[in-house]
Design a protein around this ligand. Structure first.
Ligand code: 16G
Length: 240
């Protein structure tokens, strides 16, 4: 008769820690010490350290020298449905917000003009916002909107959802977007705005959004902290 071998002790330890991370411990709570884990699972400290190293590489825990190992903040999965930042955060039970909001009217220039299908000399409303989830900076966003479609300065309304304002004030609704995702690092100014270390990893998502009539409404650069974000895609096989 074939009997299943019980998992190795290091595997038992890994599963135990995985359960702690998903169920019992909240972000920033301390994990049991290496020594107590080694005793509980009858393994060496080195084995415990290897399991913790792996969890650290996966971004699930972080270590503070002299204090121990702590649970990381969960990553926020960004789906590729056409949603707004506010919708994304609310669907995750987080409160969306914006900091350091500014806006100005500027000529589109070559790149933005090309993306928005307008002349480089046409005016656009450039909006810069640090987007927050439960008051924590997540994303630095630059949005460019054709001034012809958005003639007013949106002022305080920009602290809420831009897409809601565009829809309520001007009947502009995004229907489709082209997006490019690039890996990058945060330059020191962007890192300060996001409260992350300079040159830490980030995603740059460039979106051009169109309404149902095919008009380009928004060109945006969204720079997400790499330690807090992941992109989730649902992909389908073409039945042909
Ligand atoms: C998302 C969009 C951004 C848009 C914002 C509106 C991506 C990559 N970017 O962050 O282009 O300006 O949502 O969000 O998804 P709001 O309605 O909450 O202001």
């Amino acid at each position: 008769m074939k009997t299943e071998r019980p998992p190795a002790k290091s595997e038992q330890l890994r599963r135990h820690l995985a359960d702690l991370l998903v169920g019992e411990l909240a972000p920033h709570e301390r994990l049991p010490t290496e020594r107590s884990l080694a005793e509980e699972f009858s393994v060496s400290r080195l084995t415990v350290r290897r399991v913790l190293d792996q969890l650290e590489r996966e971004g699930r825990v972080y270590r503070v020298q002299g204090s121990g190992t702590f649970v990381s903040e969960p990553r926020i999965h960004k789906s590729v449905e056409l949603t707004s930042f506010s919708e994304d955060m609310r669907s995750r039970g987080l409160r969306p917000g914006s900091l350091e909001v500014s806006s100005e009217r500027i000529p589109a220039g070559a790149d933005i003009g090309y993306a928005l299908q307008i002349s480089p000399s046409s005016q656009v409303l450039h909006i810069r916002r640090v987007r927050t989830a439960d008051d924590e900076p997540m994303c630095l966003e630059h949005s460019y909107l054709p001034a012809e479609l958005v003639p007013d300065d949106l002022g305080p309304e920009l602290h809420g959802s831009l897409y809601e304002v565009l829809s309520a004030r001007y009947g502009l609704t995004l229907h489709r977007a082209e997006q490019t995702i690039k890996a990058t690092v945060l330059d020191p100014d962007d890192a300060r705005a996001l409260g992350a270390p300079p040159f830490s990893p980030a995603f740059l998502v460039q979106r051009t959004g169109f309404d149902a009539r095919g008009r380009a409404i928004e060109r945006a650069d969204s720079l997400y902290r790499g330690d807090r974000y992941s992109y989730q895609l649902t992909i389908y096989r073409d039945p042909q």
